[in-house]
Design a protein around this ligand. Sequence first.
Ligand code: GLN
Length: 276
Amino acid sequence: MKKNFLKYAEILKKNGIKKSLSEIQRFVSDYFDIPLPKVIAFDFDFSEKMEKKLQEFCLKRGEGIPFSYLTGFAYFYGRKFFVDESVLVPRPETEHIVEFVLKKLPWDFKGRILDCCTGSGNIAITFAKELKNAEVFASDISKNAVKVAKRNSLYHNADVSFILCDKLDCFKPRSFDLIVANPPYIGFLEKDFLEKEVLNEPHIALFGGEKGYEFLEDFLRQAILCVKEKGLIIFEMGYNQIDDVRFFANNVLENVKIRFLKDLNGYFRVGVIENA
Ligand code: GLN
């Protein structure tokens, strides 16, 4: 039986998947809900049904379907989020935004928060769970994404109001104390350098224009109107966009203070704008 795992790991490896054995083990653990140590020790009954599912998994992974689409969920800030091909798989680097906000705001923060481009709802739901007194809103242009996000909010019993709209089109001026977004920020020009796997995620959630930061600029133009005085806008961006974003903020947006936060690799990946 163990040999079967190795056989499938070999297939995955041939398809360019590096940690192939551990992926197989994680898949079996996640999909069939068996604790990972038991899977690793091969302490479970490997049924025919499981083997069939594993074959299908290898096939789809070989085609570059993201791991989390095949198990149906991903973890973000310690919580489980259902995902499918209509939303981006939450990334650990996006937790940086959450950590920053939770450090900055008091635990009993009562203000209004908007997560724009919510996708699976990961950021909004995390805020709703961690900041119990805040009023949390989340928007997305995709109907299917909002469906997934609503499913996640029900699963977590999180109090989030979801709104189907493009960027901040449906919000009134000065509506929020805090606006966060992990907007699409990859450039079409970078498309050829992306992994097959990433390209299987919704392009609307990935690409922000030819250079990538065009969407971000439109978002910031709107966000600065929708945020209250002294309010904050916090957003993820590409590792090479700091100069363009800084130039835009200082020359196009009025009365703002901007700073950037580094990720663990030393790249500036988060922008923080204060409506001064
Ligand atoms: N908010 C989601 C995330 O951070 C989706 C972002 C998006 O669709 N661009 O993963």
